[in-house]
Structures are given as C-alpha cells and as structure tokens.
Write a new protein. Structure first.
Length: 253
C-alpha cells in the first residue's frame, strides 16, 4: 500500500520503547491513523519538536493492510502547540480534545468537518477565547456533527417554544418537561440563558466570541450538559475530566 501523505493533527502519543513513540494522528485525508515513530524520543531524531499533542503537521505514513499500526516516515511541523501547552487552562482543553477525538472518531475515516472544528478551536484559543468556552464550543459542535446534540428549536413532540427544554439523549431530541415525562430516558434541562449561549456557539466562529462576555452560571451549566452528553456518547467518562473541571467552574456531569 502506498504511503499516506496528509496534513494532520497529532492527537496523542504513548511510549513504545525507550526511543520510539506510538502516535495517534488525525489526518485530513484518512481520519484517525496510529503509527510508530521510530527513534522519535531520541534527542537527535528528525521528529523532535514535531509530535507534540495538537501540533499541526504534514506527515507520510506507511500503512500495511491488516496491521493496526503504520510507520511514520516523516513529519513536518506546520504549526506547533507549545504556546498553548505553556498555559495551564489552555493545556487542559488540548488534553480533553485529544482524548475525545481519539475515542470518538473511527479509524481510517476522513471527517473534514471535525478536522476543521479542531483547527477553529485552536485558533479561537489563540485569539483569547476563555478555555471553558472553548471546551463547550468543541464539545457541543462535535456532538452536533455526530447527530447527538441538535440545535434546540422547541419541543419536537408538541411544538412548544420556550425554556426549559430537556435533551432526550437516546433520541437526540429536545422536549418540553411535560412531553419528556412521558418517556423513560432522563433529560437535562436547557434554560433560556444556556440556550442563548448555545445559539452563539452554533452561529459564530470561536475566535469571534473571544471578546464577548457570557454569564458564568450559564457557561458552567452548559459545560455540565455537554459533558454529560459526551460521556454518554463515548461510553465512559473522560480520563482528562478532572483537569477540565478546573476551567473556571465547569459543572460536573
């Protein structure tokens, strides 16, 4: 099989040997790909500095049919991530996004919209977006792209407008409290201030929201709601959630 040549984000890396990494790459052309970066942990490695999590790189990966791991042939750094890793709140968001994408996305399936979402969140963080807002933006959009967290447009059962609305996670639908009580699935309440924030998230690039002020209570509550939905979608909680909880009052699930 010919080598894959693609732009990519480094999602995660794990030690394989004293000198090599296993890297998880979110490639633009092939989706999530895992590969061995031989010798990458050596100080003289040509990969040095290019494989920091959430760095954007151009890679060549040799893939062999029937094997889970490819071999990383080259990695050219296009945009590093050390500027964000050097600030703790932003670093927590990077950790959460890397783990989420590795677990949420299927291997070898291109996802252009998710790829552009990741780039937009990184750009938003660099533009000064609050880390908690960046996490909510990433999570809400990723869930929406995968059909789990639709835009709230009233109760799907009776058509009632207004808030609160409850998210029926199993159905991926919003319902008013009266209609949701008729279903076995538990709902989470979306209040008016949370809905206004979510509308801004779904309407605007994160970078353009960097200077806007949102009610902290609504932001914290929406963080809890999207994390509840995300953990259910992934099948278990994120290992990085304790770090994400530190983002200015993020509410737990």
């Amino acid at each position: 099989m010919p080598a894959l040549s693609s732009e990519a984000f480094v999602l995660l890396r794990h030690p394989l040997t004293e000198s090599s990494w296993i890297v998880t790459l979110f490639t633009r052309e092939e989706g999530v790909v895992r590969a061995v970066a031989k010798g990458a942990r050596r100080t003289t490695s040509p990969f040095r500095g290019a494989l920091e999590p959430l760095s954007r790189v151009r890679v060549e990966v040799v893939l062999k049919e029937g094997r889970e791991l490819g071999t990383l042939r080259s990695a050219e750094l296009l945009e590093g991530s050390l500027d964000l890793h050097g600030r703790w709140p932003e670093a927590a968001v990077l950790m959460g996004m890397g783990e989420t994408l590795e677990r949420a996305l299927p291997a070898h399936a291109a996802e252009e919209e998710s790829y552009r979402l990741l780039g937009a969140v990184l750009a938003g963080l660099r533009a000064g977006a609050p880390p908690l807002l960046a996490w909510v933006y990433f999570s809400a959009w990723l869930l929406r792209l995968h059909g789990v967290f639709p835009r709230p447009e009233g109760c799907v059962t009776c058509g009632a407008q207004g808030y609160p609305l409850l998210l029926d996670l199993g159905a991926g639908e919003w319902r008013c409290p009266r209609c949701q009580r008729q279903r076995p699935a538990e709902g989470r309440a979306l209040t008016g201030p949370m809905a206004s924030l979510l509308e801004a998230v779904f309407r605007s690039p994160l970078a353009s929201l960097a200077r806007r002020e949102f009610p902290q209570e609504a932001l914290s509550a929406l963080s809890g709601m999207v994390y509840w939905a995300l953990a259910a979608y992934l099948g278990r909680p994120l290992a990085t959630w304790p770090a994400l909880e530190s983002l200015g009052g993020a509410a737990g699930p």
